[in-house]
Design a protein around this ligand. Structure first.
Ligand code: CAA
Length: 394
């Protein structure tokens, strides 16, 4: 069992940290306050290879492993979670899904542009009445022979207004339940695609979240992903990897909160000494560090399992549910360590606290993660031999 990173992984982590501290930190408070989309910063992320990190170089990607992706997500999320969610959706939901399940033509036409960040992609699954219950899709795609006719509404779509490509999940045969669902590549400048107003959110405020309406959009047959009826499994498989990205984001929020709380507590004095020397604060820092290390083990292990092509659905759900709870708990604690300063927008901790909440909601709520974990447990479908043994005895 190894707990060390390779030279390459350390170099990625360092590059992401430098980029986040030097390029993302200046202006992050204003972008968040005014909901300004980080256009220049996203372009820079593309130039640095962060928008298609796991895509093979053949399609314009960086050809890196999932651990490197997690390390970059973590460092960027310590500073700017609007940038990291844009990056996460493009990398793990859109690019990975296309490389894994797309046709060669789809990869040449779309993936090559998405992997470099020239185009940004969005993943359109959630609907006004289908969030956690993802099989209840109301969006329909009717087979018209050489094309599908797409109609419906999607909600809370990250990259909704800025993306060139949507991966849209839609019902093609309601009789067949989840086997009657398909996934399609839709270009956002096609007739019938309408983008609603940008959502005014609690956190990740400069990311671009919209409602999308599709009205009689003609989608060529060649733009369906996989075999007929593969759409729901496509969404589930893509989300299993996506949850590793969001878990890494949560880890970054917790890590950023810890770094800020530690730095502040070393400088701020009360009762004649730095507050870090008061046990009340020192113990908070100790608890933060311990929980972050525990979350790290789950997140890195889920990434490692994915890189080994082993089953990682339960591992990514565990990583997300735990890391997001650690992010929520310790971003609140970091505000507490800062006292009154933590409550004003000039300091970065209050933004991290607001950003933390969404990691317990998107790409499957914490409750959905527990469904995924418990179903896998009951099937004995875990990768740790001792857990398998326990499940077999039960
Ligand atoms: N990999 C492959 N197949 C999978 C799978 C996985 N990880 N998970 C489930 N499946 C398969 C099942 O095996 C089953 O197939 P069979 O019938 O052939 O056996 C099929 O999919 C249906 O599975 P379930 O019966 O488990 O489906 P369910 O209706 O009970 O739902 C659920 C399960 C886990 C709750 C699922 O609906 C779910 O994940 N919901 C949450 C959706 C979600 O995460 N939304 C986030 C929106 S995207 C987003 O937030 C992006 C963003 O912008 C940031």
């Amino acid at each position: 069992m190894f707990f060390s990173l390779t030279e390459e992984q350390l170099a990625v982590k360092e590059a992401a940290r430098e980029f986040a501290q030097n390029e993302l930190k200046p202006g992050v408070i204003e972008r968040d306050r005014d909901m300004i989309y980080p256009t220049d910063q996203v372009r820079q992320m593309g130039e640095l290879g962060f928008m298609g990190m796991m895509v093979s170089p053949e399609y314009g990607g960086s050809g890196m492993d999932t651990i490197s992706y997690v390390l970059a997500m973590e460092e960027i999320s310590k500073i700017d979670n609007s940038c990291s969610v844009i990056m996460s959706v493009n990398n793990s939901l859109v690019c990975w899904g296309l490389e894994e399940f797309g046709t060669e033509d789809q990869k040449q036409k779309y993936l090559t542009k998405l992997a470099t960040g020239e185009w940004i992609g969005a993943f359109c699954l959630s609907e006004p009445e289908a969030g956690s219950d993802a099989t209840s899709q109301r969006t329909t795609a009717v087979d018209m022979g050489d094309h599908y006719l797409l109609n419906g509404t999607k909600n809370w779509i990250t990259n909704g207004g800025t993306s060139k490509i949507h991966l849209v999940i839609a019902q093609t045969d309601p009789e067949k339940g989840h086997k009657g669902i398909n996934a399609f590549i839709v270009e956002t400048d096609w007739d019938g695609v309408a983008i609603g107003a940008k959502e005014d959110k609690l956190g990740i405020r400069s990311s671009d979240t919209h409602t999308i309406m599709y009205s009689d959009v003609k989608v060529p047959k060649a733009n369906r992903i996989g075999e007929d009826g593969f759409g729901f499994k496509f969404a589930m498989k893509v989300l299993s990897g996506g949850r590793i990205g969001i878990a890494a984001q949560a880890l970054g929020i917790a890590g950023g909160s810890y770094e800020l709380a530690t730095a502040y507590s070393l400088e701020r004095e009360a009762f004649g000494k730095p507050i870090s020397k008061h046990q009340a604060i020192a113990f908070k820092l100790a608890d933060m560090a311990t929980d972050i290390e525990a979350a790290k083990m789950l997140v890195y292990r889920a990434a490692w399992l994915k890189d080994q092509h082993m089953d990682y659905a339960a591992a990514s759900a565990m990583a997300k549910v735990y890391a997001s709870e650690v992010a929520m708990k310790h971003s609140v604690e970091a505000v507490q360590v800062h006292g009154g300063y933590g409550f004003v927008k000039e300091y970065h901790v209050e933004r991290l606290m607001r950003d933390a909440k969404i990691t317990q909601i998107y790409e499957g709520t914490s409750e959905v993660q527990r469904i995924v974990i418990s179903r896998n447990l009951l099937k004995g479908n875990l990768y740790i031999p001792i857990s398998k043994g326990v499940a077999e005895h039960a």
